[in-house]
Design a protein around this ligand. Structure first.
Ligand code: IPD
Length: 268
C-alpha cells in the first residue's frame, strides 16, 4: 500500500537521519548565515538550504508522485495526496550556537482539518543529530524513541507542570508571548524554552515535559512533533478560533489539564 503509514514513517526516519548527518558535518566546519526572514534574528543558514534540497531529492526519488512543503521554500503540489512537511533544521538559533537541541523534522500529511493548514500528519520522524535521538510515529502505530514505544504520562495538576514553550522572531509576537508566559509562570512548576518546537513535542512524548504551548508555529514546525506527541498519548488543542489561519496556538499535555493551561495562557 503506497500510503501505508508505517512505511512512510520508515522513509521519513531514514531521510531525517541522513539529513541530520549532513547538517552536523556542515556545522563542524562552521556556520554560514545565508539570509534572514521575518526579522534580522530569524536566519537561514547554508545548511538549512542544503539539507532541504537533500530531503526533497530523496523523498521525491522514493515517491515521485508526492508533494513537498519545506520551511526554506520547497514546494511541489504532487498528485498522490501525500504532502511532506519538512523543517530541515528546527531550532536554527541552537544550530547557530551549536547547542545540541536542533532537529530535522519530516511529516507525511494528508488532507484533513486537524491543523491550521487543513492537513493532518499520518507519519513522522524527528532526528536530533547531536544526541543521535530518533523519534518516529505513524497514525495508529504509536510513537517511538530509538525503537522503544513512548507512553505519555504527563502530570495533570497545573501547579505540578513543567511546561515547554517558544518565542517567535518578531517584536510584536514576542510581546504577546512574554505576557502569556508572565500569566502562566506563577501557577506552574517551571517553564522551559528549549529552542525547537519539534523537540519540545518529542520531549513531551518522552515525559521530559508535562505540557507545551506556543503561538505562531508554522505547519512544518509542529506537524511531525504533534503526531509523535498524540501517538504517545498526549492531548493537543489545535488552535484558537481567534488566531489567523497559519498561526495556530497549540496546547499539548494531559487531556485533564490542557483546557486549564489554555485559559491561564490566554488570560481568559
Ligand atoms: C523555531 C523553533 C522555536 C520556536 C519558533 C520556531 P526554526 O523554528 O521551533 O523553538 O519557538 O517559533 O520558529 O526557526 O528554528 O526552524
Amino acid at each position: 500500500n503506497a500510503h501505508d503509514p508505517e512505511s512512510l514513517a520508515r522513509l521519513a526516519a531514514g531521510v531525517a537521519t541522513r539529513a541530520g548527518e549532513l547538517i552536523v558535518r556542515m556545522r563542524d566546519r562552521g556556520v554560514t548565515v545565508a539570509a534572514s526572514k521575518s526579522s534580522a534574528i530569524d536566519v537561514v543558514t547554508e545548511a538549512d538550504r542544503a539539507a532541504e534540497r537533500r530531503i526533497v531529492d530523496e523523498l521525491l526519488a522514493a515517491r515521485p508522485e508526492d508533494g513537498v512543503l519545506g520551511e526554506e521554500g520547497a514546494g511541489v503540489a504532487g498528485t498522490s495526496g501525500i504532502t511532506w512537511g519538512i523543517d530541515p533544521i528546527d531550532g536554527t538559533t541552537n544550530y547557530l550556537y551549536d547547542i545540541p537541541a536542533f532537529a530535522v523534522s519530516i511529516a507525511a500529511t494528508v488532507p484533513g482539518d486537524a491543523y491550521a493548514d487543513r492537513r493532518r500528519a499520518v507519519a513522522a520522524a524527528v532526528c536530533n543529530p547531536r544526541t543521535g535521538e530518533l523519534f518516529e510515529a505513524w497514525e495508529g502505530g504509536g510513537a517511538r524513541l530509538g525503537g522503544t514505544r513512548l507512553r505519555f504520562a504527563g502530570r495533570a495538576e497545573l501547579g505540578a507542570l513543567l511546561v515547554g514553550t517558544g518565542f517567535g522572531y518578531t517584536e510584536e509576537r514576542r510581546r504577546e508571548q512574554a505576557e502569556a508566559a508572565a500569566r502562566l509562570i506563577p501557577h506552574v512548576r517551571d517553564i522551559r524554552r528549549i529552542g525547537s518546537a519539534a523537540l519540545d513535542l518529542c520531549n513531551l512524548a518522552a515525559g521530559r515535559l508535562d505540557a507545551y504551548y506556543e503561538r505562531g508555529l508554522q505547519p512544518w514546525d509542529y506537524a511531525a512533533g504533534a503526531l509523535i506527541a498524540t501517538e504517545a498519548g498526549a492531548a493537543i488543542i489545535g488552535r484558537d478560533e481567534a488566531t489567523p489561519p497559519g498561526e495556530p496556538y497549540l496546547f499539548a499535555g494531559d487531556a485533564a489539564v490542557v483546557d486549564e493551561l489554555r485559559s491561564v495562557v490566554l488570560g481568559g
